[in-house]
Write a protein that binds this ligand. Structure first.
Ligand code: PMT
Length: 413
């Protein structure tokens, strides 16, 4: 697929090198067209390196026009994608302006046009911007987002550019005439649990943990990027839903257990990335507990272990657990791998500012007879590495139908 990627001058332009990589990983040829203000946020050098093509930015560049004119470029495109799309480019597209290379080729192309708006939430809700959005949509321009969430300006609202993985998935989706993703997990179903659980004490209080869901959501995106059908059973998190993924929202460990087992039938690979509460209050009160004595006791009972129950199924999927440990990470992880009868375990050292609720992490992955370490990196990168390893082990074990029997060790939780 030939993608003309128009980059305009918004802070989200710093994410475009990653977007180019995600598009190219899916097999796209990407020709970048930058506006003058985009160069304030991202360099031509970086974009040229990731796209492998000279950047186009000027309608009056005689040399570039001689090799491929803006009309040829408009014909070359299978899709014109503008990301990030500022309020300014939306206004110019809506007005039919053709004062620069990007707007001119948008007028000259017969390819579908998609834009990923990115701007402050008050700007996005401004009636002028919304009227331009409606005009563009009426003319068939596809709106990719924006997302709702925290913004570069420090405020929260609708206006964030979609995640590069999600934009790439949509560009290859049916609405833009793309082909479904062909990857190492095409035809496979992957179920991933993510985030924390909330165990109610009474109607207004609960027990939970610091999991943000970032790791599990990144794994869901990575598996979808490999062509898998992905089911994401998610505890309460504040993250955008990955595009093309079937997200099932739950709150408690019991709900996560039920949602997982309701859907596990056709699942090929199960990944337990959620931080499931090991215990829950024995008796969640119907009414708010009033304060009385100086101390109080809440009796806790064990939750059912979702991971163990999946691995114990007769026709168990390839089962991957996580081990979150503050000490003896390797020993505890190896114990869990064997005792819970897993195919693979991803171990991470966790602490106050480590593992939980961080954008980055470092993990050691263990399986029967092997291990691999992945150093400190963005969870999005780690997720792709982990999924690649899962695919390799899944193919090696399930492909050859040689599931090794693991000896039972003493219980470690
Ligand atoms: O969500 P983030 O902020 O991105 O943080 C990521 C993470 C630290 C939560 C993630 O990397 C991680 O380690 N997830 C597992 C956390 C955990 O609960 O670990 P554990 O060692 O207590 O549990 C072992 C395994 O059993 C896990 O796969 C867990 O999902 C599973 N389990 C545990 C209890 C239970 N009742 N059911 C389960 O399925």
């Amino acid at each position: 697929m030939n993608v003309v990627l128009g980059i305009t001058g918004g802070i989200a332009a710093y994410k475009t090198p990653e977007l180019v990589r995600r598009l190219r990983e899916r097999g796209a040829d990407v020709q970048i067209v930058m506006t003058a203000s985009a160069a304030e946020f991202v360099t031509e050098t970086a974009l040229q390196a990731v796209s492998g093509r000279p950047i186009r930015s000027n309608l009056w560049d005689k040399e570039a026009e001689a090799s491929m004119s803006h009309i040829e470029l408009a014909r070359w495109a299978d899709v014109v994608l503008i990301a990030p799309a500022t309020a300014e480019i939306m206004a110019r597209l809506a007005s039919g302006a053709a004062a620069d290379l990007l707007t001119t080729l948008c007028l000259a192309t017969e390819a579908p046009i998609a834009i990923a708006p990115a701007m402050n939430h008050v700007m996005w809700s401004n009636p002028a911007v919304q009227s331009n959005r409606a005009t563009l949509e009426q003319r068939g321009v596809q709106m990719l987002g924006p997302d709702h969430g925290s913004q570069a300006c420090g405020e929260t609202g609708a206006g964030r550019m979609l995640d590069p993985d999600d934009i790439a998935a949509l560009v290859f989706g049916p609405d833009l005439g793309g082909r479904p993703v062909e990857g190492s997990l095409s035809g496979k179903t992957v179920l991933i649990t993510a985030g924390p659980t909330r165990e109610p004490i009474d109607p207004v209080r609960y027990i939970t943990n610091r999991s943000s869901g970032k790791m599990g959501y990144a794994l869901a995106r990575a598996a979808a990027g490999e062509g898998a059908s992905v089911i994401l059973v998610s505890g309460p998190v504040n993250l955008a839903e990955p595009r093309g993924v079937d997200v099932v929202h739950v709150a408690t460990a019991e709900e996560m257990y039920a949602a997982t087992h309701d859907r596990i039938g056709d699942v090929d690979i199960f990944v337990g990335a959620a931080a499931v509460s090991d215990y829950r209050p024995a008796d969640a009160r119907e009414q708010k507990i009033k304060k009385s004595e100086e101390t109080m006791h809440i009796e806790l009972v064990r939750s059912k272990d979702i991971l163990v129950s999946v691995a114990a199924l007769d026709d168990a999927p390839f089962t991957v657990g996580f081990a979150a440990e503050t000490e003896n990470v390797r020993d505890y992880a190896l114990g869990k791998l064997q005792n819970k009868k897993l195919d693979m375990i991803v171990a991470n050292q966790v602490g106050r500012d480590r593992g939980f609720d961080q954008d980055e992490n470092a993990v050691d992955v263990f399986w029967d007879g092997g291990e691999q370490s992945f150093g400190q990196a963005a969870k999005t990168e780690l997720a792709r590495d982990i999924i690649e390893l899962v695919v390799a082990r899944y193919t090696a074990t399930r492909g050859a139908d040689t599931q090794p029997a693991l000896p039972k060790l003493h219980a470690i939780d």
